[in-house]
Design a protein. Structure first.
Lengths: 331, 339
């Protein structure tokens, strides 16, 4: 039984209390968006994922204060697990074996004190591969979702702002995209262009842009004529300033909630693409691909090959969904 | 920063009462006519030839019932008519500068800096996700050279001037942490942040409870006066006009019915509508509430007669002969053939 009543402390919360979203002021939003842009640009030239590490570090710093719920005086489990996953992706690879190293003698050994998650059919360390896979899956997931937000959010707001033909044309295009099953569309594009990581990010982002476009559009529509927007206009502010400073920050809560669900989707799509062999190239550690490689072994009782990456996918997606719930409820 | 640090511009000397403004009025609205729809498909004409002059340092009340066009007049002055509305004819001058047809850039520059507005619902007119101080500072930055720190401290000073206790701390709060009265004080601070020549207060106290109304109105008047600004107070409460404004303009159905010094207009109304409006407010010893019979005319087209003719106790055939002109009558102007 907790001694401190959460209600009592909640109602008299100090003014500067930190909450996941309240603390993320618009300046931080700008930082997050800017880093996401840098990431996408850098990815094209930077196959070593250095940019990714920078971006993910920044993101981790941004959400770090949110681990502690000062109102209820508890740790937020979803935020903590997410941070752990991010850190795992960031610095985990420094402490593992080479995920690509083949060792035929040790093929398909079960989990042991030495090899925690066992080895796969080529004798590769599954633990190392799961850790390294986090980098890829989280990286692709976050950057694809970020790219989709960067494109979809302003477009959705502009659609309301401009209205008329601009609005209808945008909506028809997004409907055209949405009328395809997401996975099938991704499959088709990958089959046509060939799999590579930037292309995967691009595709996953593309199929998610309509989601943000519609979401932002519906969130902006009721406030586009709000009194405070009129007040800003009466104070002589420029239209673009009004859009970015006064309107978009008001919808960021819904968009952020969607964002974390979206990262989960992106990872799912990537895993699914890898599962059918259209994801990342073969030796690269990626969770979805690892599940596929391992599922033939399941019948022989070698469960560890696909269960561990599967658990990693599950944990990540559950955590992100949980996180999105928290964002939506503002806790 | 103290209020004295702001450069005190010597105001043109106009001792409000009855003095016919000889120099250029701060706001000069002449024959302003606004319609909805296009010229080929006119849906309604809610403002039909508005005349309105506000002299420097003067407090003008714009009185009328709902739908008489008070707020639309304010919107037209600011150049922020709602979608579908357009100015058909007429002119709006701010310090002699024509605003109708002025480029959007120029209007944007004037809004907030030379003319500002505060709205009925203060909570809705402040952005819920920006700090109150931040919003005020932003307006200061948009119109001046002040940097981030400078504009912030100016915003804090303004909030303190408006009577917000512990302003340095409260400036960092969001509007949901403010009470209604405080939010309206903050809205006033924002409106006055760039020392406008004209403050339009659109029913600033309607959303507040009765005890606060008086306080906020007094604050508005006091702050406007101390800045030598002019006030255009939009209200449907003629009592508010009587106690806070030197001059009053009575509007009805998109027309100006009577305009002049508040004292003479309310003591001896020359337009039957003004007297009806005054009567409708009633007194304590009245047995029954007085109501004006009939309904407000639809404004689908320009009326060719007095808009009040259908409801007027003094209506005569000549009232229907044309729109009564706004005639000068001693120190006031009346639109009534009978006056």
């Amino acid at each position: 039984m907790s001694v401190v009543s959460p209600r009592a402390s909640g109602s008299s919360a100090p003014v500067g209390r930190r909450r996941l979203i309240d603390s993320a002021r618009s300046s931080r939003l700008v930082v997050a968006v800017a880093t996401a842009v840098i990431l996408v640009v850098a990815l094209v030239w930077d196959p070593d994922w250095r940019a990714l590490r920078v971006v993910v570090s920044v993101l981790a710093i941004l959400v770090a204060p949110a681990v502690w719920d000062s109102q209820r005086r508890v740790i937020r489990p979803a935020v903590a697990v997410m941070l752990a996953l991010i850190l795992m992706a960031l610095i985990g690879p420094l402490f593992t074996r080479d995920p690509l190293m083949l060792s035929v003698g040790e093929s398909l050994t079960g989990p042991s004190g030495d090899l925690w998650f066992g080895t796969d059919q080529f004798g590769r360390d599954i633990f190392a591969r799961v850790i390294h896979g986090a980098r890829l899956d989280l990286g692709v997931g976050f950057s694809a979702a970020a790219l989709a937000v960067i494109v979809g959010m302003p477009l959705g707001a502009l659609a309301v702002f401009r209205g008329g033909l601009f609005d209808s044309v945008l909506l028809r295009i997004s409907e055209a995209f949405q009328s395809f099953p997401t996975l099938l569309l991704a499959l088709g594009i990958v089959a046509a262009v060939g799999p590579s990581i930037p292309i995967l990010i691009f595709i996953i982002a593309i199929v998610n842009v309509p989601v943000y476009l519609r979401l932002t559009r519906s969130a902006v529509a009721p406030i586009v004529n709000a009194d405070f927007v009129l007040a800003a206009r009466c104070a002589g502010q420029r239209e673009l300033t009004i859009l970015f400073r006064h309107i978009l920050p008001n919808v960021r809560q819904v968009v952020l909630a969607q964002f974390s669900v979206n990262v989960a989707w992106a990872i799912q799509i990537l895993a699914a693409l890898s599962f059918v062999g259209l994801g990342v190239p073969v030796p690269t550690p990626e969770w979805g691909a690892m599940v596929r490689e391992g599922y033939e072994q399941l019948v022989y009782g070698r469960w560890w090959v696909s269960v561990f990456p599967g658990v990693a996918i599950l944990t990540t997606i559950l955590t992100l969904n949980q996180l999105s719930d928290r964002v939506r409820h503002g806790t | 920063m103290s209020p004295g640090e702001r450069s005190e511009v010597p105001a043109p000397e106009i001792e409000s009462k009855a003095a016919a403004p000889t120099d250029v009025p701060v706001l000069d609205v002449v024959d302003l006519t606004v319609g909805f729809g296009s010229s080929t498909n006119r849906r309604s004409i809610p403002l039909q030839g508005i005349h309105l002059q506000v002299a420097a340092g003067e407090r003008m009340a714009l009185v009328g019932e709902s739908g008489s066009g008070k707020s639309l007049t304010a919107a037209a002055v600011l150049g922020l008519l709602p979608d579908g509305a357009e100015v058909i004819r007429g002119s709006v001058r701010l310090d002699g500068e024509e605003l109708i047809g002025a480029p959007e850039r120029r209007l944007r520059d004037l809004r907030g800096r030379r003319m500002a507005i505060m709205f009925q619902n203060p909570r809705a007119s402040l952005n819920p996700v920006l700090t109150v101080g931040g919003q005020i500072a932003e307006v200061i930055r948009v119109h001046g050279e002040a940097g981030r720190k400078e504009s912030w401290s100016q915003a804090v000073d303004l909030l303190a001037e408006m009577g917000i206790p512990n302003a340095p701390r409260r400036a960092k709060d969001y509007v949901h942490q403010y009470s209604g009265g405080m939010a309206q004080r903050a809205a006033l601070a924002m409106a006055l942040s760039c020392r406008p020549d004209l403050l339009i207060a659109d029913e600033p106290t309607t959303g507040l409870d009765a005890t606060l109304q008086q306080q906020v109105l007094e604050l508005v008047v006091e702050q406007v006066d101390s800045r030598d600004a002019s006030l255009l107070l939009i209200t449907h409460d003629i009592a508010v006009a009587r106690s806070h404004c030197e001059r009053t303009t009575v509007m009805y159905a998109g027309r100006v019915m009577e305009s002049g010094p508040t004292a003479t207009v309310t003591a001896d109304p020359k337009n039957p509508y003004t007297s009806a409006l005054l009567k409708a407010f009633g007194t304590v010893d009245q047995r029954r509430m007085y109501a004006i019979g009939g309904v407000v005319p639809t404004l689908l087209g320009e009326l060719g007669e007095c808009a009040f003719a259908d409801r007027c106790p003094l209506a005569a055939p000549e009232c229907r002969d044309g729109v009564p002109e706004l005639r000068q009558l001693d120190d006031r102007r009346v639109a009534c053939v009978k006056a």
